[in-house]
Design a protein. Structure first.
Ligand code: FAD
Length: 559
């Protein structure tokens, strides 16, 4: 490939068909590919797309402020809580970032946080979709991220939306689970307020199934979205569990987050390995206790976010891996310790994770004043039994529908994360809107995923991933609510934005246009991210040079 092949002109005839065949073999095509960040984002956010408005602002003729606004508007098409998600998301988008093949993956979560904070500071309203106001009234049960995302997507499409929330403030686990030092409440309040300002009615202190029945809601609304989360803690199911001194992770965090007094004594043992367990351990540390965590597998299998595990250990949480609780020990009714069983990993189970098995005879006792059980949660269906199957579950289809007029998503459909809850809410809203309008949902684009092997990474300047400051250990204790992770400065933000490779989408570098001897590329008069040059196939000589110099893999051989 690469050498130009000219057809040999035969005096006897027209060789245009030969030429056409050669072009068909080696002619380039401008073909958008799926970036790994978007592929791995459970909320489906067009990460590359929103970053492009800022990274390519001069080529797009945008001022910095215009570029930030356009970027944020593209982002919130998928996720109305970017400042929140930039802080708490485990950022699976970064797992396969192609930049990692050059130096270090792009810090997408910090970029998202920065643009989210910028929009809050500039009071940007969430954009309404243009269109007629719909008469249909929609009900939402639960004001967690799933319900808020769904409500937002319906409200921006012009529907009248009412959210019923059993607690006195909206946010679900964002408010009652995740601690303030990871998610300041001013940020959460600001992003929720913007959704409410779209005209969403929020009925607080209204438990569906208790204060109002599902039947009544079904009479009031043409459709309901159920986003009640999974707040009911699972028990350890070991002797000594019943009685004072044993708390659930979610119950403990709800007390901490509402600033209610909670007595844990000097030694706390937290059982579990997820985000709830880590948060509970770090919160107990801030109450002055010595904290040990028990996790029955190894660090590798731990579901909590890696950064959170590192932070917990740096703060002084002792994590015992391959350790499971056997019995809670009490004296005069008070917790005095926990018997611990040493585990070893056996064969992989159905989920592919290796099953922990007890090592016979290998047990020990840890002294403890409080045990916090943070192993898992399930939905609290009390009063909502009519919504579930005989097996006690719900089974949403691909669009989140569980029955006629009923949709569901978020943790109620299976424990997940904030980003998956936001994605579920959006997909359910799109599905419902399509049903109400009779419009077909656009078929999902079937794009090839682009890997670093199909790109030319040497084109890009090297650059280290930004690292934001954190507050000191001393201030974490003196001001337990202060946010630990600081944000990026403006220069850092722009430098990190500039590290995005725009994998699989034209970034307007102009290489194709410069290297094309046949002048087959023309600059677009109305450039857009991914769309800077118009390719004229008729004049293409098929040398494929443009493909060789296209850094991002947007140009590839036509198939
Ligand atoms: P929820 O957030 O639980 O919201 C459900 C809402 O429904 C609540 O407001 C609830 O009060 C309301 N509700 C329930 N029943 C009724 C009823 N009958 N009537 C009316 N309202 C009702 N995920 C991450 O991505 N990153 C993290 O760092 C992270 N940390 C976590 C830390 C903790 C301590 C916990 C508990 C969870 C954490 N998660 C994290 C998980 C994440 O919070 C959840 O996946 C997410 O909040 C699920 O959203 P949801 O809307 O489905 O449910």
């Amino acid at each position: 490939m690469g050498a130009r092949t000219e057809p040999i002109r035969d005096l006897a005839g027209d060789l245009s068909h030969v030429r056409a065949r050669q072009i068909a073999l080696i002619s380039p095509q401008q073909q958008e590919k799926l970036s790994p960040c978007q592929m791995n984002c459970p909320s489906g956010t067009d990460i590359r797309g929103w970053i492009a408005f800022i990274a390519q602002r001069s080529k797009l003729g945008l001022s910095t402020e215009q570029a930030y606004t356009r970027a944020w508007q593209r982002l919130v098409e998928f996720n109305p809580l970017p400042a929140v998600l930039g802080r708490v998301c485990p950022h699976p988008c970064e797992n396969q970032c192609n930049r990692g093949a050059k130096d270090e993956v792009v810090s997408i979560h910090m970029l998202e946080r920065h643009i989210g904070d910028w929009a809050l500071a500039h009071n940007l309203p969430l954009p309404q979709l243009v269109g007629k106001v719909n008469d249909a009234s929609i009900g939402v049960v639960g004001a967690g991220p799933a319900g808020l995302s769904f409500a937002y997507q319906m409200a921006r499409r012009g529907y009248a939306v009412t959210i019923y929330e059993r607690l006195s403030q909206p946010g679900g686990m964002l408010r009652y689970g995740i601690p303030e030092y990871r998610l300041p409440r001013a940020i959460l309040d600001g992003e929720i307020q913007r959704i409410i300002e779209l005209g969403v009615e929020l009925r607080l202190d209204c438990a569906v199934g208790k204060d109002i029945s599902v039947d009544e809601l079904r009479r009031r609304h043409v459709a309901l979205f159920v986003g009640i989360g999974a707040s009911h803690p699972l028990l350890l199911d070991i002797p000594g569990e019943q009685g004072p001194g044993v708390l659930s992770g979610t119950g403990f965090m709800a007390c901490i987050n509402q600033h209610q007094p909670v007595e844990v004594g000097k030694r706390v043992v937290v059982v579990g390995g997820g985000n709830t367990a880590i948060d509970a351990a770090r919160a107990a540390l801030r109450l002055g206790a010595e904290v040990t965590m028990l996790y029955r597998r190894t660090r590798q299998e731990m579901p909590a976010m890696a950064e959170e595990i590192d932070d917990a250990m740096a703060e002084g949480v002792d994590i015992q891996f391959l350790a499971a609780p056997l019995e809670i020990l009490r004296e005069c009714g008070c917790v005095v310790g926990i018997r611990v069983q040493k585990m070893a990993l056996g064969e992989p189970d159905a989920s592919g994770r290796r099953t922990p098995r007890p090592v016979p005879g290998d047990t020990c006792v840890l002294p403890a004043t409080t045990i916090i059980a943070a192993i898992s949660q399930q939905p609290d269906w009390r009063g909502l039994e009519a919504l579930i199957t005989a097996a006690g579950t719900i089974r949403p289809d691909g669009g989140g529908q569980i029955a006629d007029g009923l949709w569901a998503g978020g943790d109620v459909a299976g424990l997940g994360t904030v980003t998956s809850a936001i994605g579920d809410g959006r997909r359910a809203a799109e599905d419902l809107h399509a049903q109400l309008t009779g419009e077909q949902l656009p078929a999902p684009k079937q794009l090839e995923v682009i890997t670093a092997a199909s790109m030319h990474l040497s084109f890009y300047a090297p650059g280290e991933r930004v690292r934001a400051e954190t507050i000191t250990m001393a201030s974490r204790y003196s001001e337990p609510s202060a946010e630990i992770q600081c944000g990026l400065g403006e220069e850092q933000f722009l430098a990190e934005i500039g590290r995005c490779l725009s994998c699989g989408s034209c970034l307007g570098c102009g290489n194709c246009w410069m290297y094309c001897n046949a002048h087959s590329y023309e600059q677009s008069k109305a450039p857009k991210p991914g769309d800077y040059f118009i390719f004229n196939q008729a004049s293409c000589e098929g040398c494929s040079k443009c493909i060789e110099v296209c850094p991002c893999g947007f140009l590839s051989k036509s198939k």
